[in-house]
Design a protein around this ligand. Sequence first.
Ligand code: CIR
Length: 280
Amino acid sequence: MIYTTNVVASSMASVKLDGKSRALVRQVPQSFTDALAKFFGSGPQDIELAQSQHHNYVKALEDAGVEVTVMEADNAHPDCVFVEDQAVVIDGHVLLPVPGHETRRGEQPPIAEFLINQLKGHKLCRMELPARMDGGDIIRIRDKFYVGHSTRTNSEGIEELKQLLDHLGHELSIINIPDHALHLTSVSSTPSDNLILASEGHLPKDAFEPLPEGVKVLWAPEEEVYGCNTIGFPSGDVLIPIGHPVVKSLLEGEGLNVIELDVSELRNADGSLTCCSIFY
Ligand code: CIR
């Protein structure tokens, strides 16, 4: 991994501790019908619908208090709306993985440039082949990280992430992603800072052990796997994809305020809610 310090200014960027104060999203491109699709969907068909669902997604983030920057689409990259995979911001560091699918690597430069400009003083950590990783394989709950070992994220990528997290004093556990799932965030998420939501039939019941103190795992039935990707806010609001009644009632049972969003046409390209944002 190559580490670079962005020296332009000392760390003026104010990143709130909850890490959800600002988000970068990217428009749905006109080429979206060519997006990769293998797991949840058979490929998107309706670009206007995808764009309008994405617009509602941005509005929901803004309603939750997030300052959202919308980057222009890149028609040369049909999957460019799924920015989560391209960069991860961790405690003063911008991690730029080598995206796991070759066709997606060209999405990264403008995203890197945006984050470098926004986060002056952060350190840049750039992975290099043979390491590969998609941001969608990383979840964080408090100071504990989980990484999915998947078709997109290999052992070399995990080793480089571990080096960074060791340096930051954070714990990392590795979770094997089964062949019938894309990423760790395709089958799990953190709706609050004391909950992990995950899908039965995709991960073993001890997948998240050892858990940080006070954190518990809610298991949703396998048929609601798509509902396991949520975006939680410190206010107790949590965005979930519409049509997952068990997930909804599990989260409401924890006192969370569930807000449902229809993102069916993003799902058709295997994209979930978290995939469309980089929080920084
Ligand atoms: C892909 O296969 O790369 C895209 N069609 C979907 C990426 C979804 N991203 C994510 O789960 N973080």
